[in-house]
Design a protein around this ligand. Structure first.
Ligand SMILES: C/C=C/C(=O)SCCNC(=O)CCNC(=O)[C@H](O)C(C)(C)COP(=O)(O)OP(=O)(O)OC[C@H]1O[C@@H](n2cnc3c(N)ncnc32)[C@H](O)[C@@H]1OP(=O)(O)O
Length: 253
């Protein structure tokens, strides 16, 4: 069995590396399980204030490892095992999306199918200008999965969901930035460095980063909150962090 999920620390930043370079970082079931496990590890460490996910060798991720499908499910593609494996694969992305601290996907090369889903599960995408974002499901003869339409629509609207999911158009990192699916666009060789710099910035105070992500989720994962309601949600936490900052300043004076 090839492929691994790497976990490294750079100061207060956790760096997850999807590493299965022979097949463009396609994800095996074991890698999906390992992704879930490293997320548990990251959440348990309160000193981590941001997580970057990246691919090894200049590719982000080519989706699920389809090379084993025929052998594993050939006799019964609707088996309990097939259902469970799909749940496990996408479940690990949901787990990644639920990380308590903010997350950044550093996208170089291809992000295809479930690999694009994984990039979309992050809070921010830093992509290479020439990164290749492609749903790829229809080309592989399967229906989009893992909440693909929901994720794209939430991030970039209906037109983007249609372009990528319904019409399977491949878009570059630069094009995706144009319609809001990608937050930051840089030359290929700067992608991971830029993602790490942004991560280090947000991770300077892990506790504040984690609390900010909770409010961010409340706002962005539900139907839009009326502005006044958002003020209600954020007021208490913001006051608390202001008080905490003042306390630190007093302690240092
Ligand atoms: C539940 C989840 C569902 C899904 O995720 S459905 C979508 C599944 N993904 C795909 O269908 C993507 C298929 N791959 C590609 O389109 C291309 O690859 C890329 C755009 C990612 C990269 O293209 P290039 O740079 O030209 O590389 P290359 O020569 O096509 O690939 C190198 C080797 O990697 C294997 N490979 C690529 N993607 C996968 C994959 N997803 N699962 C298993 N193997 C994969 C290839 O076959 C080949 O192998 P060899 O050198 O033996 O010919």
């Amino acid at each position: 069995m090839t492929g691994r999920i790497g976990l490294d620390r750079v100061g207060a930043v956790a760096v997850i590396t999807v590493d299965n370079t022979r097949i463009k970082n396609a994800l095996t079931q074991q890698m999906a399980r390992d992704l879930g496990a490293v997320c548990e590890e990251i959440d348990a460490d309160a000193s981590i204030g941001c997580t970057v996910i990246q691919g090894a060798g200049g590719t982000f991720c080519s989706g699920a490892d389809t090379s084993t499908w025929a052998e594993t499910y050939g006799d019964d593609p609707l088996s309990d095992e097939a259902y469970a494996d799909t749940d496990e694969m996408y479940g690990s992305f949901v787990r990644f999306g639920e990380l308590k601290a903010p997350t950044i996907a550093a996208v170089r090369g291809a992000a295809v199918g479930a690999g694009l889903n994984l990039a979309l599960a992050a809070d921010l995408r830093v992509a290479a200008d020439d990164a290749r974002l492609l749903a790829g499901f229809l080309a592989a003869g399967i229906h989009p999965g893992g909440g693909f339409f929901t994720l794209v629509r939430r991030l970039a609207g209906r037109e983007a969901a249609a372009t990528l999911g319904l019409f399977s158009q491949e878009v570059s990192g630069r094009e995706a930035k144009g319609f809001g699916l990608v937050g930051v666009c840089v030359p290929d060789e700067d992608t991971e460095k830029t993602a790490l710099e942004i991560a280090q910035h947000v991770a300077r105070d892990p506790l504040v980063a984690r609390r900010a992500k909770r409010s961010f989720n409340l706002e962005t994962q539900s139907t839009p909150l009326p502005w006044a309601a958002a003020l209600e949600v954020e007021r208490g936490v913001q006051l608390w962090t202001q008080a905490r900052r003042l306390r630190h300043q007093r302690e240092q004076a």
